[in-house]
Ligand binder design. Structure first.
Ligand SMILES: [Zn+2]
Length: 306
């Protein structure tokens, strides 16, 4: 707790965050003297936002980029640090993406979510401080927490995993599950961090691949995963299906439905080999159509209710 206040921040950095950072007192909490600020990262951010920030700030004098916020702000900050070759200091304020410890940045390109993977995207410094959870609305806590749960359980099943990632993934799910059942939300910070260290070294799988088409229609990342990861766990016979489903039920997520044509969505999902190649079971076009149909018709949802 309060680890941010113990860190000696460098002078003259660029802070990348979202609207609300000021009003929630986050900037005051960092106690910085002089800094440049970009505080309009949107959720599900686009590559255009990255380009806009680069052209606005690249000629100014700074050596460090501070990413402050949820996964969206962190993904943008990391990607810019990588492009401009600056030191990257990441401070998550919601606990789910694990972005502070992964080599992944997810950005929208031409309106569609795409994940970029590169060791150079990895943060130089991550400061994890559960202080921020106090000012976080419960909806955001829920969405972030289920993302962390989806990531570690998909990571556990990933073909790209090993004993080390499996240990981290299962350990983090235990912590996250207990924190959610006990409504002890400060513990989510540690669970999400360990989830990031686990899945970040082995990748997520089918649940994440299925989720992006829903997010392209505006459904938040965690909300989509509540259903797409549950459907994927069922398909994969994951040992986590029941425990994950019980958390979705406890958190009371509203059913989701894809508006676009299922076959078109399926073709887009099939291109996401980064996730699908690591899935423990081979996935065919028909399988994906069926999974999307199950999510749309609420069959997955009914399973939780029964
Ligand atoms: Zn995720």
């Amino acid at each position: 707790m309060n680890s941010v206040t113990e860190y000696n921040f460098p002078n003259n950095c660029l802070i990348i965050t979202s609207k609300g950072a000021k009003s929630r007192g986050w900037l005051d909490y960092l106690k910085l003297d002089n800094f440049h600020l970009f505080d309009s990262v949107e959720s599900n951010p686009s590559i255009e936002t990255v380009q806009k920030i680069i052209s606005e700030f690249e000629n100014l004098n700074f050596n460090d980029i501070i990413g402050l916020g949820g996964g969206s702000s962190l993904d943008v900050a990391k990607f810019i640090g990588y492009k401009l070759n600056k030191r990257k200091i990441m401070i998550p304020t919601t606990f789910g993406s694990g972005s502070e410890v992964t080599r992944i940045s997810v950005l929208k390109v031409k309106g569609k979510k795409k994940s970029f993977h590169d060791d150079k995207i990895l943060a130089d410094i991550a400061i994890v401080d559960p202080y921020f959870i106090k000012s976080t609305p419960i909806e955001i806590i829920k969405n972030s927490a289920i993302d962390a749960c989806a990531q570690c359980t998909e990571g556990y099943d990933s073909k790209n995993g090993n004993q080390y990632t499996k240990f981290l993934c299962s350990k983090s799910f235990d912590i996250l599950e207990k924190a959610l059942i006990d409504e002890d939300y400060e513990k989510l910070a540690l669970g999400s961090l360990i989830s990031g260290l686990g899945f970040g070294n082995c990748s997520t799988t089918l649940g994440h691949a299925l989720s992006y088409v829903f997010s392209n229609e505006g459904i938040s990342h965690g909300h989509a995963l509540a259903f797409t990861t549950a459907a994927a766990h069922h398909f994969n016979n994951s040992i986590f299906f029941e425990r994950f489903s019980n958390l979705v039920k406890k958190l009371n997520f509203v059913k989701i439905k894809l508006k676009q044509d299922l076959e078109q969505a399926t073709d887009l999902i099939l291109m996401d080999t980064k996730h699908l190649d690591n899935n423990p079971k081979t996935v065919s076009k028909n399988d994906i159509m069926q999974l999307l149909d199950n999510i749309n018709s609420g069959k997955i949802f009914e399973k939780f209710r029964s």
